[in-house]
Design a protein. Structure first.
Lengths: 109, 109
DNA sequence: GGCGTATATGGCACTATAACCAATTAAGGT
DNA sequence: ACCTTAATTGGTTATAGTGCCATATACGCC
């Protein structure tokens, strides 16, 4: 494996790690619709502001979301529409998982 | 958020978590081309057999890969072509990240 | 300047993940 | 039956992720 290949695979893993949390997926889901400020997201998520802020920071550091300060508020938005496609594929995978589970339950019966 | 929505988002996070490791991404990359047995993957990854076996187990548990036993060997293959699309989108995201980094370096200069 | 609201950060306790080694299981060859 | 090879599992230790609290910072308003 070349250094470039290794770098790319590690970069992909970093992005995936950032995505791989229910709260962060939920946030991405909300930002898909429109921009939200931290206080709105905090309300939607139902956790401490500091917790949500840290989740947003994680997403921002891998370049999945962008922030824009306006007064005392910070508005977050998706930085890359690609993530929508990515999560979409994920939805298909989970859907197929469910189908398999249902099928194996049927086998047992 | 309904229970079904919560379940789906958690299922997606589980799949992402399983993917979010350089070695596991590397394995997926190899399985994209063709089926491999554990010993081949161990050789390619360059880690302990037990380590690779555990990575494969993680991928199998979320239904990303399948295993087929043949003699003393176990052959692993991709269970869902969707993951190829998903990793592809990831590649685009990482590509754009790099572009942004290059651009910001140019700004500094 | 002082106050209140919106975010971000540091610290801490807790849990989860990862890698290796050692031990186990499984199958073939002899 | 015994040995070898392939793979999995359990144990241990080190490291990383998570969530809340407390604290700091930034901004607008008075």
């Amino acid at each position: 494996m070349t250094n470039s290949e290794r770098y790319k695979i590690e970069a992909k893993a970093r992005v995936l790690k950032a995505l791989a949390h229910p709260t962060r997926l939920f946030i991405i889901d909300k930002l898909k619709v429109r921009t939200h400020c931290v206080c709105e997201l905090t309300e939607l998520v139902g956790a401490d502001t500091s917790t949500v802020s840290k989740h947003l920071s994680i997403l921002r550091h891998v370049g999945l979301v962008e922030s824009r300060k306006e007064g005392t508020m910070v508005h977050y938005s998706l930085a890359d529409e690609c993530v929508v496609k990515c999560v979409g594929c994920l939805g298909e995978i989970v859907h197929r998982q469910l189908e398999r589970q249902v099928a194996s339950l049927a086998d047992d019966a």
